[in-house]
Design a protein around this ligand. Structure first.
Ligand SMILES: [Zn+2]
Length: 313
């Protein structure tokens, strides 16, 4: 009787605690793209405390021997959140993590998975680039994620693979990593499923929103990498940011945009027009104004692409 009363008293409290947690919990949108292959689609907005820096897309692949997670999130907390969603989709623990790139949300969750003995896989060139930028990335995440960044360490992959292509067999699934050229960051790769013809493009492709050319980005080689990815002839692309797309949509939102920037800044740099003139001449691009974040990012993209090409001439 005493026990019974006790549990009656506790139940409402537990129920309240549970619903309060789930109501405030951030979730990515899960989308099945093939048998046992899922995309986790994050918001196309900026990083926020609420979204754990998971303003990007991730992949979940079910195999006979466990789950493969493509990219580990921007923090320990973000990694746990991705793990929860992955396990709901497959019913199997995460056994492997693959890193497609160097931006924070691609890999800063590695430490959480490594602490659980999960194998984290990346190309050596990706790891080298991650190590170069990791501490600076943590510094810029700190004011956004605050205490949610606690315990996050810039730990790279436990299995590093030399060369430009890795052909993995994980739990009976073929998964390839392809490095084509330095893109959004040096060392970014595409994760390619040859049987399903699906590309998890990482930050090579942005759909629905304008891509970000950062000081670390090389727009010219990024365009080469994008074209090399196209040669794989994917039937579906899970982009780094935005909705799952076919090649035509990826071309319109990333390929055409990069081509516009690269051809524009190259011609102006050859004429030594100067960065201000480049921003004036290329800053007005109504054909891309439909892309989210255009007003915030486009002129800065022109300016950084111009300065890089000018410096390399
Ligand atoms: Zn990204």
């Amino acid at each position: 009787m005493k026990l019974h009363i006790h549990s009656l008293l506790l139940t409402p409290l537990l129920a309240f605690g549970f619903s309060a947690t789930t109501a405030s919990a951030f979730e990515l949108k899960a989308e099945k793209v093939a048998d046992g292959v899922h995309a986790l689609i994050g918001p196309t907005t900026a990083r926020t405390y609420e979204n754990h820096g998971l303003n990007a897309n991730f992949g979940v692949i079910d195999t006979a021997e466990g789950t493969v997670l493509i990219d580990s999130g921007a923090s320990v907390e973000g990694a746990k959140l991705l793990e929860r969603q992955a396990v709901v989709l497959t019913g199997k623990p995460v056994r492997w993590v693959i890193n497609t790139g160097v931006q924070d949300h691609r890999w800063l969750g590695n430490g959480y998975f490594r602490s659980k003995g999960v194998e984290v896989i990346a190309l050596t060139r990706t790891v080298e680039s991650q190590q170069k930028y990791g501490l600076a990335q943590l510094d810029s995440l700190r004011p956004v994620l605050k205490e949610r960044l606690d315990g996050t360490e810039p730990l790279s992959a436990s299995r590093k693979i030399d060369g430009d292509v890795a052909r993995l067999q994980l739990g009976g699934r073929n998964i390839e990593l392809h490095y084509f050229a330095d893109a959004h960051f040096p060392g970014d790769v595409v994760a390619w499923l040859p049987a399903e013809r699906i590309a998890f493009s990482g930050d090579h492709v942005y759909v629905d929103r304008v891509l970000g050319i950062l000081p670390q980005s090389n727009a010219e080689t990024w365009l080469l990498a994008f074209n090399a990815m196209k040669a794989l002839q994917p039937v579906l692309i899970v982009p780094g940011h935005g909705s799952v797309a076919n090649l035509a949509k990826a071309q319109a939102d990333t390929g055409d945009y990069l081509a516009f920037i690269v051809s524009g800044v190259k011609a102006l740099a050859e004429d030594m027009a100067g960065v201000d003139e480049a921003v004036t001449r290329l800053g007005n691009a109504p054909q891309f104004a439909r892309l989210a974040n255009f007003d915030e990012l486009h002129r800065g993209n022109v300016s950084r692409a111009y300065l890089r090409i000018e410096a390399e001439q």
